[in-house]
Ligand binder design. Structure first.
Ligand code: PHE
Length: 360
């Protein structure tokens, strides 16, 4: 009986030491000194061999119960430590998700994205859908199919970025304009065709109004009787909606593109005052797009019959008209990722352009 009394005392000591352990190291030391190889409980287990019969059985069961109790107490205390550590972390890493975003820290929508969206809205309203094509093009899609043969001077004008020649000698290019999407669209769809294709374009050129990567939006309308009058009306309507004015000063200049005949470049009236550009005022002009009636060779390259379909195409600089609309003086700044510039010229993420609510 004195044995079981001693065991009860040992139990009480161990359990209260465990419950009072101040940290995990103390707890671990207690585990080793009780249940470890040379721990008090283990030593007693070893001593069982000297007892016999009933006595061994009773003492063995008592020791086992003690072992289980101590093990559970240690696990319980460990769980408390874990919970306390978690509580401490939660307290320091607390984030109040109900706090409103501080405006200073909110990101802005880049003017190019905003203007892109505005263009899609306006042409969407005129019945155009949006088409796409790859940035890396074959020579044929970028030039050949667009009636620009190998020796044509327009190839030099495009300041093309070429990839290294492939085994067969052909070279892929970074598309110099969005016009290859004209060909891809003709190949993929049945007339009547009415698409715009906004996207990135690349030319080895850099100054205040040119960057090596820039954005264009292509337009293509093909059906049986679309003519130059439709082209002019469509672009005038676009400019009025886009610039949100009743009248826009526009100038259609006879020009030349291998893929259109006749061809026109379109300038928009503007003025530069102290490096600021304003649209619709002053006597300066800014070229914003090239356009014309799609050349029969191009229609043929697209797999259609120029005796059955005709129409117009245009290619407009997205960044350019963005600069004009929002009075942004230097195109290069568009792509410098300067946070101050982005905060100044960027748009609120919820300011989604739509015709009903006003574009800007
Ligand atoms: N692709 C021409 C350019 O980049 C623009 C253009 C497109 C002109 C379609 C006419 C028709 O300059």
């Amino acid at each position: 009986m004195s044995d079981s009394g001693e065991l009860a005392t040992l139990r009480d000591e161990l359990i209260s030491a465990i419950n009072e352990a101040a940290d995990e190291q103390t707890l671990e030391d207690l585990r080793v000194s009780s249940l470890g190889k040379k721990g008090v409980v283990s030593e007693r287990m070893k001593g069982l061999g000297q007892l016999d019969g009933e006595a061994r059985k009773t003492a063995g069961q008592a020791l086992n119960r003690l072992k289980v109790e101590v093990t559970e107490a240690i696990a319980g205390r460990q769980a408390e430590f874990k919970q306390a550590a978690l509580d401490a972390r939660l307290a320091t890493e607390f984030v109040d998700v109900t706090l409103p975003v501080r405006p200073r820290n909110a990101g802005t929508i880049h003017p190019v994205s905003q203007v892109w969206e505005e263009i899609v809205q306006v042409f969407g309203d005129l019945g155009f859908s949006v088409a796409e094509g790859p940035h890396i093009e074959t020579d044929w899609y970028n030039f050949g199919a667009l009636n620009i043969p190998d020796d044509h001077p327009a190839r030099q004008e495009h300041d093309t970025f070429y990839f290294n020649p492939r085994e067969d000698g052909s070279r892929m290019v970074l598309r110099t304009h969005t016009s290859p999407v004209q060909i891809r669209t003709m190949q993929d769809s049945e007339p009547p065709i009415r698409i715009i294709a906004p996207g990135r374009t690349f030319r080895c050129d850099s100054d205040q109004t040119h960057t090596p990567m820039f954005h264009q939006v292509e337009g293509l309308v093909l059906d049986e009787d679309t003519h130059l009058g439709h082209l002019k009306w469509c672009l005038e309507e676009f400019c009025k909606s886009f610039f949100e004015v009743d009248e826009v000063k526009m100038r259609f200049r006879a020009s030349h593109f291998p893929f259109t005949e006749p061809s026109m470049e379109v300038d928009i009236g503007c003025s530069w005052v102290d490096g600021q550009v304003k649209i619709g005022v002053g006597d300066d002009w800014m070229e914003i797009l090239g356009s014309g009636m799609v050349h029969p060779n191009v229609i043929r390259a697209g797999g259609l019959d120029p005796d059955k379909v005709q129409g117009f195409a245009f290619g407009m600089g997205i960044d350019r008209i963005g600069m004009l609309k929002y009075g942004i003086p230097d195109l290069r700044a568009f792509f410098e990722a300067d946070l101050r510039w982005l905060r100044h010229y960027g748009f609120h993420p919820l300011q989604v352009p739509n015709l009903a609510g006003g574009l800007s």
